[in-house]
Design a protein around this ligand. Structure first.
Ligand code: NDP
Ligand code: 8X3
Length: 251
């Protein structure tokens, strides 16, 4: 029987590319995100390959997270793989100039949203005695950098939650692992710089950043390992990047 994967943040970037590669490899897909038109378009595109359904909700809305996930049609109710991917950076200021609304957004989406979605799905995985949770962290989970403050804090928290989940779910036979990408050219910087698309595009000039498809490829590899193999923690950067501030822009 084909496995079912629920992907948060499937309307763009890494989540969308992951939905595409998993659908092409016959996984049943549950697409999640806020932008309904994008969910509908992707559902139509991927239905050529596999069974797809969409859940439109904001991961900050605790009630909606549980209602939507608990109302999945029977055919999609056995979730084998959860990809906790929804998230963004909001703002890029030193701590003293940061906007508390941006801090709330990052903590509520990147951390609390991930927890709500996981809490809604874990009981099914425990009952099944199997499951695979992939938490999308970041190199910002492994280092901090100027102006990264709260975003880095949320991703460090994802790293900690990933390790904790692996311990707590160990008796239940559930695989838990994180993937921590460096710079990936998606809509990420447009969100971080609040629609200043020129500034966002400049981030990726002069070198070849990761593409969403590069990360999706890795996620496909991770989920397709034999069940006794759990890739627990994986950091991936483009060749030009060594850490946040060391990027070879002549490559
Ligand atoms: P994108 O901006 O392209 O995608 C972000 C996705 O998250 C969208 O599908 C968006 O959907 C969803 N999302 C954002 N806020 C919410 C919310 N409140 N409720 C539900 N869904 C939400 O960025 P990426 O694909 O690059 O980012 C995906 C993940 O990868 C994030 O966790 C990010 O932190 C991480 N990452 C990104 C890197 C990069 O350089 N791009 C590097 C390392 C990690 P919608 O707006 O429709 O709700
Ligand atoms: C996104 C990558 O380098 O902007 O997580 O923190 S970075």
């Amino acid at each position: 029987m084909n496995k079912t994967a629920l992907i948060t943040g499937a309307t763009s970037g890494i989540g969308k590319a992951t939905a595409q590669i998993l659908a092409q490899n016959n996984y049943n897909i549950i697409l999640c995100g806020r932008r309904e038109n994008r969910l509908n378009e992707l559902e139509k595109e991927l239905s050529v390959y596999t069974n797809v359904c969409s859940l439109q909700f904001d991961v900050r809305d605790k009630k909606a997270v549980f209602e939507k996930i608990n109302s999945l049609p029977e055919a999609f109710s056995k979730i084998d793989i959860l990809i906790n991917n929804a998230g963004n950076a909001h703002g890029f200021e030193p701590i003293q100039d940061g906007d508390p609304d941006d801090w709330d957004a990052m903590i509520d989406i990147n951390l609390k949203g991930l927890l709500y979605v996981s809490k809604a799905i874990i009981p099914t995985m425990i009952a099944q005695k199997s499951g695979h949770i992939i938490n999308i962290g970041s190199t910002a989970a492994k280092e901090v950098y100027a102006n990264g403050n709260v975003y880095c804090a949320t991703k460090h928290a994802v790293d900690a939650i990933n390790q904790s989940m692996r311990i707590d779910l160990n008796p239940h036979g559930i695989r838990v692992g994180a993937i921590h990408p460096g710079m990936v050219e998606t809509e990420f910087s447009q969100v971080r710089f609040k629609g200043d698309n020129e500034r966002a595009a400049n981030i990726y000039k002069g070198f070849t950043p990761l593409k969403a498809e590069d990360v999706a490829d890795i996620i496909h590899f991770v989920v397709s390992r034999p069940y006794h193999v759990n890739i627990a923690d994986l950091v991936v950067m483009c060749t030009a990047q060594a850490n946040f501030s060391t990027v070879n822009k002549s490559s």
